[in-house]
Design a protein. Structure first.
Length: 270
């Protein structure tokens, strides 16, 4: 059962990532992948529901957390049904973000009908997935920064009319800009789902979320800055040097979040 819980988290977070990319780019291949990942989540949720019926010898709808689990399963069911009918990317992203949050709360919150050992394992796995998602998002943002930095350097050299054969190794400005956008596009939903799991984990293990902790504040600020970058690129169609600078600045804020805020945080050790 621990493996099933972990698979649900991984598949659901990957599905939210897919719907986010589809929302930003109208990518049908990614939409189909997100749909099949969400289908796996639906099957695994149903398996857990049936397992709890047989082990508890009752319908698991008696507590608020059990109801939340079923609520999340219903949202997944509705999403699967409406996926091909509505063609509304923003709807799919919003509903599945809500469903992911509800499912996370229902899975990690302690219940008196499971063993203490299983509850501790679930809490630990939530922490592992939380940290893992954040690390992958940091990796994606680092790649985005590298492409943006190459764009900035090449832009300045071209403006000064300093070019040569070695500049071909940089690639075109449009390609560097596009690759930076793609990396950021992956990093933002990874950061978002990682933060959700972190909030749920903190509320269960600590009893309250330390909203004014420097690490938490700066993490949300990083997500907002990268969100502004994505909006500028995709919806406002802004291109060029200023957008590359914004992406580079967002990464510098990320470094401050990673190193400096940890030094002042009483809740995080990294």
């Amino acid at each position: 059962m621990n493996l099933i819980y972990l698979l649900i988290l991984v598949c659901y977070s990957a599905s939210v990532l897919g719907y986010f990319i589809d929302f930003m780019q109208n990518n049908q291949k990614v939409n189909r992948l997100a749909f099949w990942l969400l289908s796996i989540v639906w099957i695994l949720q149903l398996a857990i529901f049936l397992w709890r019926i047989f082990t508890l010898e009752r319908v698991p709808l008696m507590t608020s957390l059990e109801g939340m689990f079923i609520y999340a399963w219903i949202l997944v069911t509705i999403s699967l049904i409406l996926n091909k009918m509505l063609k509304m990317n923003v709807f799919m992203l919003l509903v599945n973000s809500i469903g992911f949050t509800l499912l996370s709360i229902s899975m990690i919150a302690p219940r008196n009908d499971i063993s203490e050992e299983l509850a501790q394992v679930l809490i630990t796995e939530f922490l592992v997935v939380h940290v893992g998602l954040l690390m992958f998002s940091y990796g994606a943002f680092t790649i985005a920064f590298a492409f943006s930095l190459l764009y900035i350097v090449q832009h300045k050299l071209l403006k000064k009319k300093k070019w040569g054969e070695w500049m071909e190794k940089f690639g075109s400005l449009s390609r560097l800009e596009r690759n930076s956008y793609y990396a950021s596009l992956i990093g933002v939903p990874l950061l978002f789902t990682g933060l959700i799991l972190g909030i749920v984990w903190a509320s269960v293990t600590v009893g309250a979320v330390p909203w004014f902790d420097p690490k938490i504040i700066s993490s949300f600020f990083v997500m907002i800055v990268y969100g502004v970058y994505l909006v500028q690129y995709q919806f406002m169609k802004r291109r060029g040097y200023s957008v590359a600078l914004l992406n580079a600045a967002a990464f510098l804020i990320l470094l401050i979040n990673y190193f400096l805020s940890s030094a002042f945080s009483e809740f995080h050790i990294w």
